[in-house]
Ligand binder design. Structure first.
Ligand code: GRG
Length: 289
């Protein structure tokens, strides 16, 4: 199987598991929240985080299928963060993944609740899995740390605190290590825990986490709006410091290439089993959406 086929197979497995995880018993008074949660989490996005969790387990000779439900918990947290990030109180965006943002369809109050509900459901789903209790606790800790004040939410706090102000290089790295990087590292760590080797892929996870954000900054300048499903130029419009404003377009591309290489090099101890992770790093370096 080539990389593209394997990626598509994994994405299909994620979509099927997300459907299972987000199927609710109809209730006329709560159907609206089920619908709002599903709107932003079913058949949505690239599913990179759960794919990474599966691939990380497999690279360490573990079972990717066992990492899949936990990867879906992480994906729910990711979807929650996008709903909240799009709210008028945050980025005030109308389009996400080529369709109206959650609050545009369900209203602000329901969108806040849909995000909250996805975050809490992520842990309910996690603790419903028939895995050893110590594994559930380890993964629950990874997810909560990655999502919370030390991770993604902390990064968002720094982002808001620096709105309209210049950001120094070290702060920009700290912001994105948390805001974007923490969930991507957590994805890799979940797979590594399932394989029984918790920290084995941390260098890979940290570098692709940063690379993902650098490419995000580049795409906001030279990306294709139709492919991205949202307008470009939002960083410039909001006068944000990004890896492109800091290093220029070519400098950001060089940084992206060098950290992708670091990620790939860190996989050498794992040989052929890490082939998919290697290809995934290159796919993320060259992604157009
Ligand atoms: C609201 C607590 C809180 C946090 C929001 C992650 C985040 C913080 C905001 C998202 C803003 C953003 C666009 C960050 C850049 C990196 C990123 C997370 C891009 C979107 O992830 P993809 O490309 O999305 O994996 P898909 O649509 O494929 O799922």
């Amino acid at each position: 199987m080539n990389f593209k086929e394997e990626l598509q197979n994994k994405q299909a497995a994620v979509n099927a598991m997300m459907e299972r995880a987000l199927t609710f018993i109809p209730d006329v008074n709560r159907d609206v929240i089920f619908e709002a949660m599903r709107y932003s989490a079913i058949d949505a996005g690239k599913r990179i985080r759960p794919v990474l969790a599966m691939a990380a387990a497999e690279a360490l000779s573990g079972d990717g299928e066992k990492a899949l439900p936990f990867g879906c918990s992480l994906e729910m947290i990711h979807c929650y963060s996008l709903i909240h990030d799009d709210l008028p109180a945050m980025d005030n965006d109308d389009l996400r993944r080529g369709k109206p943002t959650n609050h545009k369809v369900y209203g602000e109050g329901m969108a806040v609740l849909a995000g909250d509900a996805l975050l809490t459901h992520a842990f309910s789903w996690l603790f419903s899995q028939p895995a050893p209790p110590e594994q559930l606790v380890a993964i629950g800790k990874i997810l909560s740390d990655a999502a919370g004040v030390d991770g993604m939410l902390g990064g968002q706090v720094i982002d808001i605190a620096f709105e309209g102000k210049p950001v120094e290089e070290a702060t920009l790295y700290d912001l994105h290590r948390r805001k974007t990087g923490a969930l991507l590292l957590a994805a890799v760590q979940i797979g590594a825990v399932v394989a029984g080797k918790p920290d084995a892929l941390n260098i890979y996870g940290k570098n692709i986490g940063l690379a993902f954000q650098v490419q995000d900054d580049i795409l906001d300048v030279i990306g294709d709006e139709a492919l991205l499903g949202k307008p470009i130029g939002s960083d410039a419009k909001n006068q944000k410091t990004t890896f492109v404003t800091l290093y220029g377009l070519d400098g950001a591309k060089e940084l992206l290439h060098s950290i992708t290489e670091k990620a790939v090099d860190s996989l050498s101890p794992f040989g052929e089993k890490a082939a998919f992770l290697r290809e995934l790093a290159l796919y993320l370096e060259n992604r157009v959406l």
